[in-house]
Structures are given as structure tokens and as C-alpha cells.
Design a binder for this molecule. Structure first.
Ligand SMILES: Cc1ncc(COP(=O)(O)O)c(C=O)c1O
Length: 409
């Protein structure tokens, strides 16, 4: 499919939006379910909540009531949120194999000699732009198992090295993300390895659901952090999407949690991989796939095939979808790195920062007044953003932030 590359930002309202309560999709993201997931994640000694910063001066500058940013660069020392999914999904796989309920298990029990003797050697395999694979490799090493990770064409060598340092057998392929996923699925089948993929398709949706439930724990943290600081619920949430597992999970938890007070959900993608934007603008509302090379600095978002479950959630609950040029993400990285007054400084990588870059355009560029108004942003808006990664490719981060690569017009 042809790529959207002409405008800085293209956007569409989602005509398939409905606020009806969808029991089938939302039941997996109920508080009781996610509390169990979160309780398991907390059994790891390195678990800490990531900060939820309030950018008061930026809110004043952009004339909204509140801006909160969850900074996932602090997650488990891995510089990105992804491990929240991997750690839970891998634990669930092991729990199922030993016939135990995850509620009765801790990370330490899973890595015990007793469990290992019971299971023997296991190999986990995954395809990744970097962050998910690093999380899988890290969790596999911690649990005492092997991991095999394949990355799409053009992946960063710095991100590859970070995965190898976790002990994984890892390489960059000459395939795009979606084809690398298929390649890993074949290898998993041939070798009887466990595929821990962060996207679902027909016939493969149990492990991706566990991954999404692992991500939903971040939204649970946000609601708890807001409550603890007497913060009101957000009115608008901007969520960046690759396959959409992250956005779908956060959206599902927030809709389930806040119900009629649920925020408007905005999906944000790079032009080169804007499968949600294309699907929401199509008359049928079916999943539209983007194929071929997806050459964007937002490596984590360079996925052309929506996760089938996340797609069902976002097609119902997202209000709008935005397709962005790389310069939008570069702007977000620079704003985060150079805060106003005593706002916190946030180190946000290419896939982490695009939502702030977009939000800045909507609030300050006259070309986007219509989009701004149609999504209901005004001085009363309370905006939630999640910076999903830090400088996971530090050299590229400095090229953008220090040297001004991808300048804004
Ligand atoms: C930093 C970062 N943000 C966002 C995403 C998007 O997540 P998803 O593919 O679930 O949409 C990714 C995916 O790898 C990522 O690495």
C-alpha cells in the first residue's frame, strides 16, 4: 500500500467509535485481572513504579489544564516499557507448563532449581525492533533459559548489542518487522521453541493477550498515581502504535476503569507504518496492512499489521488517528529534553516522544486548528502521554537533540 508522506501530520476521526461497554474485550482488562498481573510483576526485586510527571509550565504554554507524562525510561533499568509484557507472558507460559496458578507464584519461584528441573531447557523466540526483544532476552536470562531474537532490516546496532548483552542469540535480518515475525513463528514451530510475540493474529492470541495485560499494569499505575496526587482523570490520551498492543491495552484499561468518564483515545503512528490511520479512514473499517520497508526513526512503531485484538479495542474506543512525519517525533524529543522552568526533564526516544510532538503541533500550529477542535482539545483538557522509551539508540538521540537532525519548519 502507498505510504502517506506528504504532510507533516495527517489525521482522521474514527468513524467506528462507540462508547458502548464491550464486555468481551474489556473483561480481560478489569481491575481484578490486572491487579493479579501487577502483583506478579512486583515480585521481581527490580520492580519500581515509573514516575508520572506533571509538566505545569508546558501546560500553561500550550493552554491546557494539565499535562502528565509517564516516563517509562525508568522501567526495570531497561530504558523502555516493553518488559512489562514480556515478563508476565513468559511467567504465564512457565506457570501453565508446571500446572500452577500465577497468583501463587513469584519470580523467584519461577527461577528456582526445582522448576528448572521440572521443565528442562526452554528457548523463547521473538521478533523485535529492539525494546520487546531486550525485555524477552532479559527475562529469559533472569529465569535461566535461552532466547533467540531476530530484528527487522535497518535495526539499530546499538539496540542489537543491548539484546546480545542479555545473553540472547540475536541478529538483524533483511526482513521488515511483520515478515520477521513470520520467520520467527516458523522457527518456533520447527524447533519446538516458545514464541513470545507482542502481536496477535488468527490462531495466535493467548500470549499476546498476556503481553497486553502486562502493559495494562502501566495504566493501573497511572490511575493510582493520579489518585495519590489528587489528579483528575485525563480527558485526552495520546498513544503511540506499532502493532497497537500497547495502545490497545492502555485504552482498554482506562475505558474499563473510568467508564463514562473515560478519556478520548488518540492513536499516533509514523507515516511509513500508519496501519491504524489507514484502517480508520477506510470505508469498511477492516484492518488495512502496510507492507514493504518502513523506514522511520520511530523504530518501535515500524509495524504494518495491527494486532487483531488491539485492533478490535482501538476501532471501538479510539476517537481519532494521527499519522506523523519523523520531524514530529524529533520535536517531541527536543521539547522533553529542554523543559520550561522547573518542569521535569524527560529523556524520550523516537517512539516515546512522537505524541508530545503531535500534541505541540495541535496546540500551536494554525494548520491543525481544525484537528485540535474536532478532538475537543481546549483550556480545560487534561492530557496524558506515555514516554515509552528513553534514549535506546543514544547516538541517534544526540543527533536529533544536540545536532538538530529532522528540523521542524
Ligand atoms: C518505545 C516503543 N513505544 C511504543 C511501541 C508500540 O507498541 P506496539 O507495537 O504494541 O504498538 C513500541 C513497540 O515496540 C516501542 O518499542
Amino acid at each position: 500500500m502507498q505510504k502517506t508522506e506528504t504532510k507533516t501530520i495527517a489525521w482522521t476521526k474514527n468513524n467506528f467509535y462507540s462508547s458502548d461497554y464491550n464486555q468481551m474485550e474489556l473483561s480481560f482488562f478489569r481491575h481484578q485481572e490486572i491487579a493479579k498481573v501487577h502483583a506478579f510483576q512486583k515480585t521481581h526485586e527490580a520492580y519500581t513504579e515509573t514516575p508520572l510527571f506533571q509538566l505545569k509550565n508546558l501546560a500553561k504554554e500550550l493552554n491546557v489544564a494539565d499535562i502528565r507524562v509517564k516516563d517509562e525510561s525508568y522501567r526495570f533499568g531497561l530504558n523502555a516499557f516493553k518488559v512489562m509484557g514480556g515478563i508476565y507472558a513468559m511467567a504465564k507460559c512457565i506457570a501453565d507448563k508446571i500446572g500452577e496458578d500465577i497468583e501463587n507464584l513469584s519470580f523467584d519461584i519461577l527461577k528456582s532449581e526445582q522448576v528448572k528441573e521440572q521443565l528442562g531447557d526452554l528457548t523463547f523466540i521473538s521478533a523485535t525492533d529492539g525494546n520487546h526483544g531486550r525485555g524477552v532476552a532479559w527475562a529469559a536470562r533472569e529465569l535461566g533459559y535461552h532466547s533467540v531474537i531476530y530484528m527487522p532490516k535497518g535495526s539499530s546496532h546499538e539496540r542489537l548489542d543491548a539484546i546480545r548483552k542479555e545473553g540472547a542469540e540475536a541478529d538483524i535480518t533483511d526482513l521488515n518487522y511483520d515478515d520477521a515475525v513470520r520467520y520467527c513463528a516458523d522457527l518456533a514451530e520447527k524447533n519446538n521453541w516458545i514464541m513470545v510475540q507482542d502481536t496477535a493474529w488468527e490462531g495466535y492470541d493467548e500470549i499476546p493477550l498476556w503481553i497486553m495485560q502486562g502493559y495494562a499494569a502501566m495504566a493501573k499505575e497511572v490511575t493510582e498515581q493520579l489518585d495519590a496526587s489528587n489528579g483528575k482523570p485525563p480527558t485526552h490520551v495520546f498513544l503511540q502504535a506499532g502493532v497497537g498492543s500497547f495502545a490497545g491495552a492502555i485504552a482498554a484499561y482506562l475505558v474499563e476503569h473510568y467508564r463514562e468518564e473515560a478519556p478520548r483515545i488518540m492513536v499516533v503512528e509514523p507515516h511509513q507504518a500508519d496501519c491504524y490511520y489507514r484502517s480508520f479512514s477506510s470505508p469498511t473499517g477492516q484492518r488495512e496492512l502496510v507492507t514493504g520497508d518502513m523506514d522511520t526513526i520511530m523504530a518501535g512503531l515500524a509495524c504494518g499489521e495491527p494486532n487483531t485484538r488491539a485492533f478490535r479495542v482501538l476501532r471501538q474506543y479510539a476517537s481519532a488517528s494521527f499519522s506523523c512525519d519523523d520531524r514530529v517525533s524529533a520535536l517531541g524529543m527536543r521539547i522533553y529534553s529542554s523543559p520550561i522552568g522547573d518542569d521535569s526533564r524527560i529523556i524520550s526516544g523516537e517512539s516515546g516522544a512522537v505524541t508530545l510532538g503531535l500534541f505541540h503541533y495541535l496546540r500551536s500550529d494554525s494548520n491543525y486548528i481544525r484537528a485540535n477542535n474536532e478532538v475537543g482539545l481546549d483550556e480545560n483538557s487534561r492530557v496524558l502521554l506515555i514516554s515509552t522509551e528513553g534514549d535506546t539508540d543514544a547516538k541517534h538521540y544526540r543527533d536529533v537533540v544536540w545536532k538538530g537532525h529532522y528540523p521542524n519548519q
